[in-house]
Every structure is written in C-alpha cells, then in structure tokens.
Ligand binder design. Sequence first.
Ligand code: 5AD
Ligand code: SF4
Length: 460
Amino acid sequence: MSKTFYIETFGCQMNAHDSEKVIGTLEQQGYARVQDEDAAGLILYNTCSIRDKAEQKVFHRLNEYKRLQGEGKKFAVLGCVAQQEGEKIFEKAPYVSMVAGSASYRNLPEMLRRLEAGEERITGLDDRQTELTFETEFTARSNPHRGYITIIEGCDKFCAYCVVPYTRGKERSRTAASVMVEAKKMVDLGFTEIQFLGQNVNSYRDPSGRMSFAELLVAVGELPGIRRVRFTTSHPRDFTRDIVQAIDDTPTLCDHIHLPVQSGSTAVLKAMSREYTREWYLERMSWIKAAKRDISITSDMIVGFPGESDADFEETITLVGEVKYDAVFAFKFSPRPNTPAVTMADSIPDEVKSERLRILMDRQREIQRTHYGRHLGEVQEVMVESYNPSRNQVVGRSSQNKTVNFSTAQIVQAQPPVGSYLPVRITQTLPNCLVGEAIADAEAMPLVSVQGGLDFVVLN
Ligand code: 5AD
Ligand code: SF4
C-alpha cells in the first residue's frame, strides 16, 4: 500500500477537528496527504450520523468507492456512523479494512501498523467507556490563524433524540494544564483566535480541579497574543452566570453564546429529556442580556419532535420572538438509531414538520432583519477571512461571529491579509450579514501583524 491518504469529512466542528488530528497523526506516521482519491493508497471517510438517514448515505458513498478497490487501495470508516454501525460496515462493504469511532483515535498509530501488515478487519469500537481523551501534538490545523482545541469529549446528557452519547462515548474533560499547554503552543505558532470545542463545553470539569470552565476561558483569553476566544457548544442545564461575567470582564472572549434551546415548550423539553423548562432557559437569557457587552445569542431548534402539538410549536415561535436570536439553526426531527425517541411514534407527518420549519425560519429571518439594525453605525473589529473579487469586497467575521462584507476604499490596502484584524464601520445590515467600510483608525484598534503576511497599514 502506498503511504498516501485522502480524507473526506462530514459533520460538526468536532468531526472537522478530529480529522485535523487524524491527518496530523497520519503525517507523523509517514503518510502524505493527497487531494484526489485516485492518487491515494488509503481512503478515510470521517462520518456523521446526527440526522437524516446518515448511515444510508455513508453506504451509498462506500459503494462508489468500490470501483477503486481493484487498485489495491485500503478503506477506513471513521467517526459517528463507524461507531454506530460497527462491524456491519464490513458486511455491507467488505473492501473496508478499518472501522473506528472517535473514542479510539488515540490508538490510530497502532491501528495503522496493523493495516500496513495486511490485517483486514481492524476495529476501534470498544472505547466508549474510556476515561481517556485524544491528545496529540500532531494536529494538522487547516487555518493558520484560528484553531480549535477540544476541551471535553463525549456526552452524558442523553437527550432523547440524540446519537452523540452513543457515538462519542462518555463525557471526559482534559486537564486545564494540558489545554493551556496546547493554547500556548498555538500562540507561539501565530494563532490569534482559539475556539474551545466539545459537545457540552460548559459541562467542563477540570480533572485536577484547578479551573472552572469560565476560569479556563479567561486564562486562555489573557495569553499575550490571543485576540479572540470562542466556545461551542453549550448546554442550558450547565450554563452558569460566571460565563457571562467572564465575557463581560475579558475583552478577548468573543461576545457570542450559542445556547441551543431545541424547543420553546416545556412539555416538549420534558419529552426530549432536556431537564430544563422554558422559564429556566429564559432566566439564562436574561443573565446574558443583562451583561454590559452586547452578547449575541444563537440557538439550535428541532421541530416536529414526537408529540409536538400546534400549541407546543407556537411556544417555540413566541420564544424566538422573545429572545431575538441572531441566528437559529432549525432542523426537522429525525429518528436516530439507539436513541429513546426512536421508540416514540414519529407522530408528526413530514409535511407538518416542513411547514413548521418554514414558519420558524421565516419568523427568524424577520427578527434578524430588524435586530441586526442595532449594529448600524457601529465600528466593529473584523478578522479578515477572504476576498470577493466580483464584489470587490473583503469578507470577514466580527467578534459576534457575524459575517461582515466590507470595502477598503478608505484605506491603503485593497486586500488586507487573511487573519488580520481591521476596524470596520457598519453602513448596512442585511438579515444574514453586515456590510461596511474599513476605516483608518489605528488608535481605536491596534494593528497586528499576521504570520506569513504583511503588517497591515492604514492611512492616517
Ligand atoms: N433530529 C433532528 N435534529 C437533531 N439534532 C440533534 N439530533 C437530532 C435529531 N435526531 C440537532 C439539535 C442539535 C444539532 C446539532 O442538531 O438541534 O443541537
Ligand atoms: Fe455528527 Fe454529532 Fe457525530 Fe458531530 S457528534 S459528527 S454532529 S453525529
């Protein structure tokens, strides 16, 4: 087998970051990454099973790989569908040699050696009860300015609809010391933004008992060189006031909290085993809204959970109006294997789910149309992500995680380097983004040099 690999990744940020660690581990083992599956000796497929018959899509994709098997290539299925379907994958796609869930990745070097020795049925599926996390110094981060750090793996919440506790195993936190070491290394490499990752980051418990989640946020935010710290995703159950306080007190902590509510109806929340009520959630919202900073709030929602009545759904709509989210990611309920909800009758017809989804998204778009208006005239710090030549605009991101498209007519550099930070005056607001002009205000926002790029220069 040639020591080249091609990897395809689906799913959430956790999966994207897992792939960065897998890539780093493979490269450390002497493998070279290629961008074309035809050129690869090993094809890895990092899968997601959160919604919508995900396993069928995986098998469909594996079927397409079949044509490549005659060429001596090897195949590995990783991630959530691998964990969920296990050895069934070997039965349905016999040309696959390795099936491994995320809780087993720390054994990858050993699994790779077995693969090279010609073993054909390698599994990493038994680690869901592990207390260990996957810590590697060989993460191949794809963006040189902004990078993820996993602070907590797995999930013990067991929401009735969710596969994650079954696919990613028990909840386990890394030590604060090890997170700090990784963060410092990233700063030394030139990263200015760090994003903490976990299924429930705010359930973080430092095994050494040294730091709370909020303290860890502040500690990383205070590292010299760090400009932004984000975290995702949070669970309302464990959301504490000190997180809001930390954001208020620490300018580098981004003013954005993603706090999925899932439903506005206490009855549906109960059926979902979310273990909070609408009122309890709204109390957390009031903490966030009482902050000195304008903290952006976003959420995930599920429509059509078994038993959701018209009145329940209406409560979701009124909640959206009350909170005024900056973004809502809404999904139709889809029954997932192994979850408690799979045995509840999927009682809401698909047309009703679709209709509810449409109503929710329309309502949310209206809210964003007016609510984004609060930013008009503000000067926001924007991190440059790319350049859009057709519109002659730079595309960047605000601390609140909003997309900002801006022109550079007032400053020297038409295409400021990716990863630099600029002050931008907001001149127009749209439902999904802000539009503005970079301004020459070096005093208000000190300039940074970015690794490998030019110092950004503005006219005075
Ligand atoms: N059906 C629909 N949506 C789901 N989510 C998780 N599981 C399901 C499911 N079975 C949504 C939740 C979660 C987001 C990542 O995906 O809203 O917060
Ligand atoms: Fe998909 Fe959930 Fe697994 Fe992420 S944790 S890859 S969203 S199933």
